[in-house]
Design a protein around this ligand. Structure first.
Ligand SMILES: [Zn+2]
Length: 200
């Protein structure tokens, strides 16, 4: 339902496609961008273009990266025997903020969700398995979100990884169920991390 003409409506439509931006917010942001000085508005367009050109996936852990390897993978001081599996780069950031973890990460880039038609093949599971032996991984910490998709993903990975003879752990409960890891405060997430338990 296009209320505004041409270019304004195009802008509102594009903004409305962003996650978490409803029609009202899209309108508000659009008019904000039309009111601020032209250079201020264009700076946004420029950084979007730069981010898209410069940022790619780390070839090892699939975190966002500006080089072949992300900063964490390129850091020799990180313990390669510990591997923390998360769904998204923003979850990695949440774990990093706790200061509790000094190993490496693996970003699945999603979670198993039959409703959305996402299975293990759409995630970086094959790449995860390929890292275990060459990197000498001893413990895999399943740090997926405490919701249905996250739990299903953790269970699937545990079944896959246990037979290899690895220690497979899951972050402790105590996190708000159904919530997102990224919204947990650092202390709570840090505690969940410390209290991780071996999976059956
Ligand atoms: Zn990496």
């Amino acid at each position: 339902m296009a209320v505004y003409a041409g270019a304004v409506q195009d802008l509102i439509d594009e903004l409305g496609r962003l996650p978490g931006v409803g029609p009202k917010s899209a309108q508000r942001i659009a008019f904000h961008l039309l009111q601020v000085p032209r250079d201020d508005a264009l700076r946004l367009a420029t950084v979007i273009g730069e981010a898209r050109d410069r940022v790619r996936w780390c070839s090892r852990c699939f975190n966002i990266s500006e080089g072949e390897l992300c900063e964490i993978c390129a850091d020799d001081r990180r313990d390669r025997s510990l591997l923390c599996v998360v769904e998204e780069p923003r979850d990695l950031v949440a774990v990093e903020k706790t200061g509790e973890f000094h190993g490496r990460y693996h970003v699945l880039q999603g979670a198993i969700s039959p409703i959305e038609g996402i299975g293990p093949d759409q995630l970086r599971v094959r790449e995860l398995l390929a890292r275990i032996e060459p990197e000498g991984v001893v413990e895999v910490i399943l740090c997926t979100n405490p919701n249905i998709e996250g739990e299903a993903t953790a269970m699937y990975l545990a079944r896959l990884l246990k037979p290899i003879g690895l220690k497979v752990t899951r972050i402790a409960s105590g996190l708000p169920v159904g919530g997102d890891l990224e919204y947990a405060d650092e202390v709570t997430l840090g505690r969940a991390f410390e209290g991780r338990r071996e999976v059956g």
